[in-house]
Design a protein around this ligand. Structure first.
Ligand code: PEP
Ligand code: MN
Length: 333
């Protein structure tokens, strides 16, 4: 059960509510976010929610029996729109395109990619500076100095940044230089990280775990919300299955299902989703048809020389074509 409180509920009415919940054997947790105050009630027996709804200061009561609650569409019919400022939004009417390299490598690379984004009127650049790599000997990112360089160029050009945070200790040093924190597939169930990201006032995009279910992704999002941050984006990036003809099995089904189950924006990551450059654009376009709110794609001025994930990275020409195709397809859907 979700109990939404009025912003100005008095202490005595809140006390009345707490007493009533205790009487009804409801296990209650207070959730205070940037926007609202909620009480999540867990009940094992049927109760008449009207007796809660009539307490002064209670705005609304919703029955949500799923394992995730605040991220569920069962109580919030309006889709969440993430506002990055300067007219850049995710989850609104515009299809959001985020593009950039897998890893930030150097200033020349960032500058050339920013030019490609500007040319295509794309407002959000991706790029990792903390890279989760399967091998400890692979390139693991430029770290915080790389992020500052990345930020400087983007900031001068009005481009927003999404980049991965791998651990709690990185949040504070990164926060002034990013617009969206990305939680990678290997960290989807790092609950300490999710809790900590719930305490900051910056959007968080959570990727689906490598072998994660849709329900687990929604519960990870619930962690961030329950810790106080409502600005959450979900990302389908492919899962590990028995199929090995491509890097991951991009689960196109997850897009409409997530959109149905949750009010949060859903982004598709076709690059990691299929892992094969010549097919990335097709999966990106399919995601738009499936109802995604946007995509995150890897691009590079010289994909074959990229420090990481070159095999799934689009060239600038391929990216230009994809952006044009999105514009045409958008009319149809
Ligand atoms: C990435 O975005 O480059 C990345 C490492 O993604 P994922 O966590 O989905 O593997
Ligand atoms: Mn990558």
């Amino acid at each position: 059960m979700i109990i939404q409180l009025e912003q100005n509920i008095t202490a005595s009415n809140k006390e009345k509510l707490n007493k009533k919940l205790e009487e009804l054997n409801v296990k209650a947790s207070d959730i205070v976010t940037q926007h609202h105050h909620y009480v999540i009630g867990i009940v094992s027996n049927e109760i008449d929610v009207r007796v809660i709804g009539e307490i002064e200061g209670v705005k609304d009561v919703f029955r949500v029996n799923d394992s995730y609650k605040l991220v569920s569409s069962k109580w919030k019919v309006d889709n969440t729109i993430i506002n990055l400022g300067d007219g850049v939004t995710i989850g609104g009417k515009d299809f959001a395109i985020m593009a950039g390299p897998c890893s930030i490598e150097n200033e020349e690379q960032v500058e050339s990619i920013v030019k490609s984004l500007i040319k295509n009127n794309v407002k959000i650049m991706r790029g990792g500076v903390h890279k989760p790599r399967s091998s400890p000997y692979a390139f693991r990112g430029l770290g915080i100095d790389g992020l500052k360089m990345f930020y400087k160029t983007c900031n001068e050009n009005g481009i927003k940044i999404i980049t991965e945070v791998m651990q709690v200790s990185q949040i504070d040093e990164m926060i002034d230089f990013i617009d969206i924190f990305q939680v990678g597939a290997r960290n989807t169930q790092n609950f300490n990280l999710l809790d900590a990201l719930g305490k900051v006032d910056k959007p968080v995009m959570i990727k689906r775990g490598i072998s994660g279910t849709i329900d687990e992704l929604l519960q990870s999002a619930e962690y961030v919300f329950a810790a106080g941050n409502e600005k959450i984006i979900l990302c389908e990036r492919g899962i590990r299955t028995f199929e090995n003809a491509y890097r991951n099995t991009f689960d196109i089904n997850a897009i409409p299902i997530l959109k149905e189950k949750s009010h949060l924006p859903v982004i598709a990551d076709p690059s990691h989703g299929i892992g094969i450059r010549k097919h990335v654009s097709k999966i990106a376009l399919a995601s738009m048809v499936a109802g995604a709110d946007g995509v995150i794609v890897e691009i590079h001025h010289e994909p074959e020389k990229a420090f990481s994930d070159g095999a799934q990275t689009l060239s600038f020409d391929e990216f230009d074509t994809l952006v044009e195709q999105f514009k045409i397809l958008e009319q149809a859907v």
